[in-house]
Design a protein around this ligand. Structure first.
Ligand SMILES: [Zn+2]
Ligand SMILES: [Zn+2]
Length: 367
């Protein structure tokens, strides 16, 4: 099969490899034909610097829509099983949990102590075919794609599920939104920031601010319903509210954000979050950061202002199913996040486009 093999930083080649490339051929599981695989910021970070989870050579890509080759029996939400018929389309949760640890016992598979991931610790979707291990099928990691979603959109169900997990983890609930008492600030204007924006507006009806550095993305945030946008770098603020950097805990009558989502791997984002926090703010560190970054905190700031700081990582198959329902109902429009499409042979261009913030999500959909 054709595959883009990562051999180490800045070393990615289009190779012809066997379906079982790097796999134990005795391993149980199933094979999917890949229909679409999106390029994540994580893939760009790994391409540039490698990652402790990634041992080359390996095929990256974890935002996958594929097609089942043979009938597969899988588990759904309530523990019952269903058959995915050969030819049916699925979105893939990249998790490969151990199924034995305390987190697995609690169905928190994303927190599994011995977690492996498709496209990170084993071969992923930048190839014609991807092998899905048995442990993934056992947790319902393959989700049927609703007919009204394209392959490209279905590849974005995985990042959408991660954003849902973030909101769930930070404890934003619909009742709170009904009272319209929550202001949500999203730091980061990339695809992940804009998925958070859609969820914040459609699911929670919360007043939502998007803060970013890239003009065309901030423009997109505005067109997607952000109540306030802030383009950093030239202090331009649209939608009222003044320069957000003027706001801090001493001026809670101004724009203060009750919920702050860090959806950028820029380490300066945390300091910015501290500036726009108010009493009782909840800050979620959604994005992974590059290595050797540390944040500093004044413990009394945390204590006297009753601030909560959380992290969220990946998602669960349950969240992936929820993401599929939201996208299928039209509540979330994944097509708005897709701007570029490439063939697998142009994977390097796809990674460059993502790394240089051209457009939003880039999809590989020709193999
Ligand atoms: Zn991703
Ligand atoms: Zn486990």
């Amino acid at each position: 099969m054709h595959a883009a093999v990562f051999h180490g930083p800045y070393n990615l080649s289009n190779d012809e490899v066997n379906y079982n490339y790097l796999h134990d051929t005795k391993e149980k599981g199933t094979l999917l034909r890949v229909n679409a695989c999106a390029v994540c910021g994580y893939d760009v970070r790994v391409f540039r610097t490698g990652h402790k989870k990634v041992v080359p050579p390996i095929i990256l890509g974890h935002e996958i829509c594929g097609q089942v080759i043979r009938d597969v029996v899988t588990t759904i939400d309530d523990g019952t099983t269903m058959v995915l018929k050969a030819g049916s389309r699925v979105a893939v949760s990249p998790l490969i949990p151990c199924l034995n640890c305390r987190y697995c016992n609690n169905k928190q598979y994303n927190l599994c102590i011995h977690l492996k991931e498709i496209g990170s610790s084993i071969n992923g979707g930048f190839a014609e075919y991807v092998r899905i291990p048995e442990q993934n099928i056992k947790i319902g990691g393959l989700i049927p794609v609703p007919d009204n979603l394209s392959d490209d959109e279905a590849a974005l169900l995985e990042p959408l599920a991660c954003c849902l997990n973030g909101f769930y983890h930070i404890g934003l609930d619909t009742k709170e939104a009904e009272k319209k008492s929550s202001v949500v600030a999203i730091i980061g204007d990339g695809p992940i920031g804009l998925l958070h924006l859609q969820l914040s507006k459609k699911l929670y009806n919360a007043e939502t601010i998007v803060i970013g550095k890239i003009a065309h993305r901030i423009q997109k945030a505005k067109s997607m319903g952000a109540d306030t946008t802030v383009l950093l770098g030239n202090d331009r603020v649209d939608g009222g509210g003044g320069d957000m950097r003027e706001h801090n805990l001493d001026s809670t009558e101004g724009i203060g954000a009750d919920v702050i989502i860090i959806a950028t791997s820029d380490p300066a984002a945390f300091d910015f979050a501290k500036k726009i926090a108010v009493k009782n703010s909840r800050i979620n560190l959604f994005a992974g950061m590059s290595l050797n970054n540390f944040i500093s905190l004044d413990p009394n700031w945390l204590h006297y202002n009753q601030i909560s700081i959380t992290g969220s990582f990946s998602s669960t198959p349950e969240m992936l199913q929820r993401a599929a329902r939201l996208a299928s109902n039209g509540e979330i429009d994944l097509s708005k996040i897709i701007t570029h499409r490439y063939a697998l042979t142009d994977i390097k261009q796809a990674i460059t486009a993502t790394g240089k913030y051209h457009g939003l999500r880039v999809i590989i959909n020709k193999f």
